[in-house]
Ligand binder design. Structure first.
Ligand code: PRP
Ligand code: URA
Length: 210
């Protein structure tokens, strides 16, 4: 796998992902598991965040402690399905701001269509994590990252649950400065652009629509 791709194969994540994939898992469990996995993945996605020395005093003595350098984080879910990952991430990065990019995949062309965009105002200063459970053809992720770049974002990483190999390659090719974090790379895309074996339509499974 390319050095810009990190597959987070932690046993807890793989176990929870298998339950999500199961056709018999309902929306409530699906949503809870997605939130839990997003939280666990965030731990790995933020591994390179910088620390600095701070002087503090414990009840026992003074010490030099390690704290985050105050990096500003922006979480950007691709609507709708990316929304299911935000709460879990905010549990461990509570100071993050959340931008929203609305894209849906045209079922005939499989190309993303933009319908909404609202981002934090201090966009040039933030480290962005674009999130979407599914990276299929890659069109939606490539589009969302381009929207962020066009508005001035300098640091962007992509976090997805399941990817097709085609989608990973497409993102790496389209955005040569982007690192991708994935829980699992599946076998392939089918003729309708769905990931195989995948988990079906993530948005429909989160929100109970069809
Ligand atoms: C799904 C998914 C991704 C996109 C992936 O969204 O959540 O955003 O498809 O496919 P791609 O890599 O081929 O672009 P969808 O368009 O179904 O919208 P939804 O989240 O509103 O259901
Ligand atoms: N979008 C989904 O929700 N699932 C897929 O398998 C592909 C795109």
């Amino acid at each position: 796998m390319n050095e810009r791709v990190t597959v987070i194969s932690h046993p807890l994540i793989q176990h929870k992902l298998s339950i999500m994939r199961d056709i018999n898992t309902g929306s409530k469990d699906f949503r809870e598991l997605l939130g839990e996995i997003a939280m666990l993945m965030t731990y790995e996605v933020t591994r390179d965040f910088q620390l600095e020395d701070i002087e503090i005093e414990t009840p026992i003595c003074k010490m030099t402690a390690r704290m985050l350098t105050g990096k500003k984080v922006g979480i950007v879910p691709i609507l709708r399905a990316g929304l299911g990952m935000v709460d879990g991430m905010m549990k461990i990065i509570p100071a993050a701001k959340v931008g929203h990019i609305g894209l849906y995949r045209d079922p005939a062309t499989l190309k993303p269509v933009e319908y909404y965009c609202k981002l934090p105002s201090d966009i040039t200063e933030r480290e962005f994590i674009v999130v979407d459970p599914m990276l299929a053809t890659g069109g939606s992720a490539i589009g969302a990252i381009q929207i962020l770049k066009d508005k001035g974002a300098k640091n962007i990483r992509l976090m997805c649950l399941i990817a097709a190999p085609e989608g990973v390659e497409a993102v790496l090719e389209a955005h040569k400065d982007i690192n991708i974090y994935i829980a699992h790379v599946d076998k392939m895309l089918n003729d309708h652009g769905y990931i195989v074996p995948g988990l079906g339509d993530a948005g429909d499974r989160i929100f109970g629509t069809k």
